[in-house]
Design a protein around this ligand. Structure first.
Ligand SMILES: CC(C)(COP(=O)(O)OP(=O)(O)OC[C@H]1O[C@@H](n2cnc3c(N)ncnc32)[C@H](O)[C@@H]1OP(=O)(O)O)[C@@H](O)C(=O)NCCC(=O)NCCS
Length: 146
């Protein structure tokens, strides 16, 4: 059974490990730690069998929400965990005054793009060669909140 809860200080090493496994430019522990101290950020972890299988990070600034990160452990994908995290994030954004939600995603990241489209996000802009390791365009995706 999986449970979603807010990230705690004790989770930082596990979440940093998850970042290493999921991204070519992972967020280090000190950056994740700053999210815990920021009133603008909300970070959730998805816990399963005593371990952290996924996490996501939402930032709300002046009514504009940004999905900063979402990741599921490679061995735990395809079980609906990203969807569980998205449900929490979308609900929290609506309930906390976000008028819209946006995000950046690698143009080749089809699993993530498909996930985002299923929540109503649309591609609004392209940032050419925005990413490094490897160099790649970013899609800026956005949707309005209810
Ligand atoms: C993107 C990611 C979070 C999806 O996690 P997941 O737990 O496997 O996703 P879910 O099982 O909840 O699937 C939800 C939806 O995502 C999409 N999706 C997930 N895996 C997919 C795949 N391999 N191919 C196409 N679509 C996929 C589908 O729309 C799926 O819905 P469906 O099952 O009804 O078709 C995961 O692949 C990941 O961690 N990737 C690396 C990190 C990353 O790229 N994060 C996003 C950029 S910040």
């Amino acid at each position: 059974m999986s449970v979603i809860r807010s990230m705690q200080k004790e989770d930082l090493p596990s979440v940093a490990g998850l970042e290493e496994q999921c991204f070519t430019v992972p967020w280090p522990e000190n950056l994740l730690s700053q999210c815990l101290d920021s009133p603008l950020d909300q970070v959730w972890v998805l816990e399963e069998e005593g371990g952290i299988a996924g996490y996501c990070n939402l930032r709300i600034v002046a009514g504009e929400g940004e999905l900063m990160r979402i990741a599921v452990h490679p061995a735990k994908r395809g079980r609906g965990y990203a969807r569980e995290l998205m449900e929490e994030l979308e609900k929290h954004a609506s309930e906390n005054g976000a008028q819209s939600l946006s995000l950046e995603v690698r143009a080749s990241n089809l699993p993530a793009i498909r996930l985002y489209k299923s929540y109503g996000y649309e591609i609004k802009a392209v940032r050419k060669r925005y990413y490094t390791h490897p160099a790649e365009d970013a899609y800026i995706m956005q949707h309005r909140c209810n």
